[in-house]
Design a protein around this ligand. Structure first.
Ligand SMILES: [Zn+2]
Length: 240
């Protein structure tokens, strides 16, 4: 005889990049298990694919493509789902950098509680159309989750160039457009490295201002009493 199916709660979330509402359910034991297995593998591709799969599994209704969405959508949905599954209040450590009367920094490290519901997306208004002089230019996009997470290691300038390459939607001139997906990474790298410093900086500005999300936390330092009202952005612990 079939066992009864236990109803799971569903709730609505707003997709940061599109403002569309989707209906989701919390992680089940199955998804928690998939995540643990992926983390134990320490294999980056497996972790990336599992995070995407788990987010996809939990979407009950609505339009969302985990392969096409920008990285910060997946970051946000994953953390929101995780919060709904393990609890919306999470303990974090804050360090107090309040300057005291004797010019010393307080330095106290203390526990505070983060409520994931106080999540906000921080966005700068940066144009995605980068003019490179004459009729030439580049149209930028936000990288997907996998592309973004694979940018890792090496020199900072190499990571930056990588990030710029992953953010190119297409290059254009008076004759037409050249989609980045039709070029090899080497060709795009060569293109970027041949730009003037000034033009590179315009593209760099775009990637330096990717939307990120933060959770507002308010807490009083137990040592000096300073009232902290901070935007918490370090979610690494949440993923690992
Ligand atoms: Zn303090």
């Amino acid at each position: 005889m079939a066992l009864p199916k236990i109803d799971v709660p569903t709730y609505e979330l707003k997709v940061p990049s599109s403002d569309k509402i989707i209906t989701v359910r919390p992680f089940s034991v199955k998804e928690e298990k998939l995540l643990l297995i992926a983390l134990e593998s320490k294999d980056q591709n497996e972790i990336i694919n599992t995070v995407k799969q788990v987010v996809n599994n939990c979407i009950v209704k609505g339009e969302f493509n985990v392969d096409k969405a920008p990285f910060f959508d997946i970051d946000y949905l994953f953390i929101a789902l995780r919060a709904k599954s393990i609890g919306e209040k999470v303990g974090v450590k804050l360090s107090c950098n309040n300057v005291l009367e004797d010019d010393e920094v307080c330095g106290e490290i203390f526990n505070a509680e983060m409520d994931i519901n106080n999540c906000e997306i921080l966005e700068e208004d940066i144009s995605n159309d980068i003019k490179l002089g004459g009729d030439k230019g580049v149209r930028m996009k936000y990288p997907g989750y996998g592309a973004m997470k694979r940018i890792d290691g090496g020199l900072e300038i190499d990571r930056k160039i990588d990030m710029v390459i992953q953010s190119i939607d297409f290059i254009y001139d008076k004759d037409g457009t050249y989609p980045a997906r039709d070029q090899s990474k080497e060709e795009l790298q060569e293109f970027i490295e041949s730009l003037t410093e000034e033009n590179f900086r315009k593209m760099e500005e775009f990637v330096d201002n990717f939307p990120t999300f933060a959770v507002r936390i308010e807490a009083d330092c137990p040592k000096c009493g300073f009232h902290h009202n901070v935007r918490y952005t370090d979610f690494m612990d949440f993923f690992l």
